[in-house]
Design a protein around this ligand. Structure first.
Ligand code: R5P
Length: 298
């Protein structure tokens, strides 16, 4: 089945590159904001019977980017697309994946429901916060893991590293995958989050990092608080140098200054959230996944 890639305003350049890699038709979206902040979107293409890829990240401004994704997907469906694959490298609202405190809205469920209602059949994301929440969302879920790619690029530009560490529940497997890729030793940073204040505490107890070059890796950096704590702890424990890496670099507010101020020597992230620190492109990985999805639908 023929694939058409529609480039949403949040991801137009990456979408164009994806279309080139796939040898697919590319449809740009004309976009402007009305004086009151509402989005105007326009795209012209014959979509009847086509497999349509709507490429639109939901990085900040999340609400606008998400709504535009829904608007484009629904319209593609109305114009006869036989299938819609939403390519959303950074999926917003994924961290609230359960009711931690009574009465909280589980935002990821709402987002996935809205996508289904807008006619999205399948969702392709990169290192989602909660793989299981996506699998339970009623959409076909395709998840690309770029941990090894990120570690390899970090080692090419800053390596070699002696050890690779990662905080959080998923940290253990992420550190193991990254360390295996670059021939380093993995370790896990114990982190805990206060559900009321959201404050995260990271512990590096009992870890021998004296004189070592450390690569820290995480799925998301938002405020930088978790990683800054980890950097400080590692340097206090005698680490020679700490480089910070992440898949989704939101770098909210003064996150970058915070990380560098804590003693990180460098920051490296992928382009799932396009910033000045995006050093690793995930487009080729996305192209492989989209190609496999389209072939399976033939
Ligand atoms: C948590 O589950 C994630 O893996 C990150 O550790 C967290 O989102 C980082 O947040 P912040 O940068 O605000 O500490």
């Amino acid at each position: 089945m023929e694939v058409t890639v529609i480039g949403g305003p949040a991801s137009a350049e990456q979408a164009r590159r994806l279309a080139v890699e796939l040898g697919a038709e590319y449809v740009p979206v004309e976009h402007k904001l009305f004086p009151d902040g509402e989005s105007y979107l326009r795209f012209v293409a014959d979509l009847k019977g086509r497999c349509v890829v709507v490429f639109q990240g939901t990085h900040p401004p999340q609400d606008r980017n998400l709504l535009q994704l829904l608007m484009i997907s629904k319209t593609a469906r109305e114009r006869g697309a036989s299938r819609v694959l939403a390519v959303v490298p950074y999926l917003a609202y994924a961290r609230q994946d359960r009711e931690f405190l009574q009465g909280e809205v589980v935002s990821i469920r709402v987002v996935l429901h809205a996508m289904r209602c807008a006619g999205v059949d399948a969702l392709l994301t990169v290192n989602p916060h909660s793989p299981w929440a996506l699998e339970a969302g009623g959409l076909e879920s395709i998840q690309v893991d770029v941990t090894k790619l990120l570690a390899r690029k970090a080692a090419e530009s800053h390596g070699p590293f002696d050890v690779v560490g990662s905080p959080g529940k998923k940290g253990r497997s992420m550190a193991e995958a990254a360390a295996e890729e670059i021939g380093a030793v993995p370790f896990h940073l114990v982190s805990s989050r206060d559900p009321m204040t959201g404050k995260v505490e990271v512990r590096v107890d009992g870890l021998d990092v004296a004189g070592k070059r450390v690569l820290l890796i995480d799925d998301i950096i938002s405020t930088g608080g978790t990683m800054a704590d980890a950097v400080r702890g590692l340097l206090r424990s005698g680490a020679r140098e700490v480089i910070v890496s992440c898949v989704h670099g939101l770098f909210v507010g003064d996150a970058v200054e915070r990380l560098l101020g804590a003693g990180a020597s460098a920051l490296i992230s992928t382009d799932t959230v396009p910033t000045d620190h995006s050093r690793v492109s995930v487009v080729s990985e996305l192209a492989k996944a989209v190609g496999a999805w389209a072939s399976a639908k033939r």
